[in-house]
Design a protein. Structure first.
Length: 184
């Protein structure tokens, strides 16, 4: 989650500053401090790729037990969420996403480092969806239900599923970077 929220904080702070127009740029308004503070997590903790590799390291170190625990937690959220009719589509989307993540990690351990960022974003977005569903199930507030629905509907929960051919991308990326270089 740290990885995902670090990136989102910067985007949200930047958009927020834009709403203030020129005042968002003026130091005496103290608004630019918000954007600089939002940068701290990704600067302090490392780039998205570094944090993504930490996620993969955690998966490998625990033999994916941490992911199995997450899957169980999500299953509980969805089981309760399915009882609320207006959340069923969201529950199915989150369920499909966690299944894809689990399948990919099991079937393609050799691609985890190449796909680390997509794996991490997929886990974060899917878990956020499950937590929003869980919250909406408990509160039963229309606004919470709508928030969960919109989170699950307005974005791809599993970016991992969009990039099927990681090995081909890796080879082409390498060719682009190394074009004109001699390793002799």
């Amino acid at each position: 989650m740290k990885l995902y929220t670090a990136k989102q904080a910067v985007a949200v702070a930047s958009e927020g500053l834009e709403t203030f127009g020129g005042q968002g740029y003026m130091e005496d308004s103290r608004l630019p401090v918000i954007l600089r503070d939002a940068q701290v997590c990704s600067i302090w903790e490392g780039t998205t790729n570094v944090m993504s590799l930490d996620v993969i390291r955690s998966l490998l170190k625990t033999n994916s037990e941490v992911l199995l625990s997450l899957e169980k937690n999500i299953a509980l959220c969805l089981e309760n969420g399915m009882q609320v009719g207006s959340l069923q589509d969201s529950c199915m989307k989150v369920g499909k996403s966690i299944k894809y993540i689990m399948k990919f990690i099991k079937e393609h351990p050799d691609l985890l480092h190449i796909s680390a960022r997509d794996v991490s974003y997929s886990i974060a977005r899917t878990y956020i969806g499950a937590l929003l569903i869980e919250n909406a199930t408990v509160t039963k507030k229309i606004t919470d239900i709508f928030t969960a629905q919109q989170w699950c509907k307005r974005q791809e929960l599993c970016p991992l599923s969009l990039h099927q051919n990681y090995l081909n991308y890796a080879k082409k990326d390498y060719e682009i970077v190394m074009e004109g270089c001699s390793l002799d």
